[in-house]
Design a protein. Sequence first.
Length: 362
Amino acid sequence: MTQPAEGDGGRSAPEGQLRQGGRSLLLALYTALRSLKIYPLENATVQKALDDLDASARALLQTEVELEIRMAGDFLFVNGTRLRVELDNYASFSHILAMLRAFEIGVLHIRAGMERREWQVFLSLLLSISQQGEMGERLEELQERLDAAKVTHLEVERAQPEGGSSEQSRHQAKRVYAEGVAVTRDMVSGIRLGRGPRLKRVKRAVQLVVDQVLNNEMSMVGMTTVRDYDEYTFTHSVNVCIFSVALGRKLGFSKVQLYDLGMTALLHDVGKARVPAEILHKTSSLDEREWKFIQQHPWMGALTLFGMRAYEEIPYRSILVAHEHHMKMDLTGYPKTIRPRTLGMFSRIVSVADGFDAATTR
């Protein structure tokens, strides 16, 4: 089952209740999909099906922090509880599995506050995009259109390969790594141009990294050895994200905590977007003036992330890590502190990952 985040007071339903509620939710999802496919939106059958779907989700979200519908092979899980396939639900479950596979959706996240309107938008998009014939990136188009429609309580996650050959694992790791670098490049470039960041895309990239580390850590960590010095600013942030998540996993962090840690790690050097490019990319030694510029990036990163809160939610922990990651445990690093302080766990992990990646890079 999904574990509540530390200190959030979340509750979790007993397994039997979760299994029954999950089964009702998926049956309602199938009924709403089928109704929308046959009848126009204003039809009473469609409206009732959407009402039932909304009610089923709300009932489960009274006891669950969020809902995670996961596809694994020919099985469906709701918050880690496998739903039994029986004769009366075989057709509906099979239809949902087929739809998820068509979009390469591995996980569907449903969060508290999910509105009936969002269900309507999501199901309508599933049907309209699936009827457009051959497409390269159905999942990306679906997520972009969900974002445009301001569907904020539902998120899709790409299916991860289960097992398979080492070649498949390397290919998936390469794809996730490339997405992380592209997202970081886009974010840093946007900050330099004064453009608002696309934080939902950043969060999705972090979730892919975490899932890949949990699924096949060796393939993901192996990607950090592929050095691209022309894009070091971006690859370094992704490497620190990977190393931090791997360390967090060894320390026993929950999946939700790993998402938070990965996010802070990917954003830890965002202040370098404020450092002149000629200093940032200089290959020879830095003079005193240039070094002072570099030493400013932690607090500039904290200010930048604080400013991002106007666009979308940025955890304060990310702001703190951006500020602390060069301070060192004995506070002899930078920026200098006015009074004694103890670095947070996330800051310590990111500092270790940051130092390791820098020390193993030419």
